[in-house]
Design a protein around this ligand. Structure first.
Ligand code: DC
Length: 233
């Protein structure tokens, strides 16, 4: 039997930076035997290209012209990205790219180019898609919508620890105070922009991860997916 797009189980995981989306999404995808799509990484690839080309990230027309020259491809496991054939998996995690991604993602031209791309990237039997507007705009008919949140202090602590551990940036940029300030700026921009702002869908299951361990959150999401007809492998 040929599976149609409607047979694909879409599991949307949205939320602000540092809420635990990536680790949780990857684990849930593995447990359910689904593929994984990190939409934030797509926005980051486009932002990195803008930074490197000296394009102002909030200039909609300039971003549209830039995007037409780009090829962005995830590797099979969905964790690494090739920008015009170059592996940029590490480069896209730098703090300056985070800020540029938050700015360029407010451009309608960037959002519409990536919308079609994301919709075409889901695979049978299911895909876990993480982002900011997955349950509200990209896949409003998703089979399961999760909104992960956590206290801002805890989110900043996690992101700062991650930057230190992966040595993505210098010690000052990875400091808790700096990360917290940058995160607050990004949260504000991402949730107040005109197009597809960060928001929980009205039918999303909201999970606060401030005091929950990864295993607990993964188990809850898998249980929600199973209750909607998806049996874990
Ligand atoms: O999830 P992340 O921190 O890697 O995302 C980087 C930026 O990309 C984020 O600040 C806002 C933008 N983004 C978006 O606008 N929509 C998405 N679905 C995912 C990310």
């Amino acid at each position: 039997m040929i599976e149609s797009a409607s047979d694909i189980f879409i599991l949307a995981i949205d939320g602000p930076a540092g809420a635990g989306k990536s680790t949780t999404s990857q684990r849930v995808a593995r447990v359910l035997g689904f593929s994984y799509l990190d939409s934030g990484a797509l926005y980051r690839c486009v932002a990195l290209a803008a930074v490197e080309a000296g394009v102002v990230p909030d200039d909609d027309a300039a971003m549209a012209a830039l995007i037409s020259t780009l090829s962005v491809e995830p590797t099979a496991d969905g964790r690494s990205f090739l920008l015009n054939g170059r592996d940029v998996s590490e480069a896209i995690r730098a703090p300056e790219v985070s800020q540029a991604a938050s700015r360029s993602s407010a451009c309608p031209s960037v959002r519409s180019a990536l919308l079609a791309w994301q919709r075409g990237a889901v695979r049978f039997p299911g895909t876990v898609v993480e982002g900011r507007d997955i349950g509200t705009v990209v896949f409003p008919g998703a089979d399961l919508k999760i909104y992960l949140d956590a206290d801002p202090d805890e989110r900043a602590r996690r992101r700062s620890a991650e930057l230190v551990e992966t040595r993505t940036t210098d010690a000052e940029s990875a400091s808790l105070g700096k990360v917290k300030a940058e995160m607050a700026e990004r949260d504000l921009r991402d949730s107040t922009r005109k197009v597809a702002p960060l928001a929980a869908a009205s039918d999303a299951v909201v999970i606060d991860t401030t005091h929950s361990g990864l295993d607990q959150v993964v188990a809850r999401i898998v249980a929600e997916a199973t209750a909607r007809g998806r049996v874990a492998k």
